[in-house]
Unconditional design. Structure first.
Length: 158
């Protein structure tokens, strides 16, 4: 048996599918679409005495850098995102093998992604990923509910 005696990380990461009504062409567009009336984003785990926050422009720059060279997601990409999600499970009473479980997860992912695509028909979807392993900024982007102003879905990638 191996025992780890050094630093053990319990970091997490999440991906987000962000839905835009039209294609952003700049950091300013991203900021206007996601944070039209905000200037700061609060770190979600501030203590009573600590009120750390980040400029919305910094968050917009981060999102812009993540999407500017991406092509908008296609249907197969969106299905893949849903299928990789840990939130999609399977019925252990029905699935007796790994293959049956994967088939059920695929069916469920397809259904959920079709609902997502139908709801967002004609809009543009991009994927971004953030981790609390990236310090307070990454933690804020992952856990701070920063995308509350636009349609989005998040997936835990633990």
């Amino acid at each position: 048996m191996k025992i780890r005696s050094g630093f053990v990380s319990n970091s997490s990461s999440s991906s987000f599918l962000l839905v835009f009504k039209k294609k952003p062409k700049s950091r300013e567009d991203v900021q206007g679409y996601i944070w039209p009336n905000e200037s700061r984003i609060e770190y979600p785990y501030n203590d009573n005495d600590e009120h750390e926050s980040f400029a919305v422009s910094e968050a917009a720059e981060s999102v812009w850098n993540a999407i500017k060279d991406q092509k908008p997601l296609k249907a197969k990409d969106i299905i893949g995102e849903f299928k990789c999600s840990h939130e999609i499970g399977y019925d252990r009473d029905v699935c007796r093998t790994w293959q049956e479980a994967e088939l059920q997860r695929g069916i469920q992912a397809k259904k959920l992604s079709e609902e997502f695509r139908k709801k967002n028909k004609g809009k543009i979807v991009y994927r971004v990923e953030y981790s609390d392993n990236e310090g307070k900024f990454g933690c804020t982007m992952e856990h701070g509910e920063v995308f509350h102003n636009i349609e989005h879905v998040s997936f835990s990638l633990h």
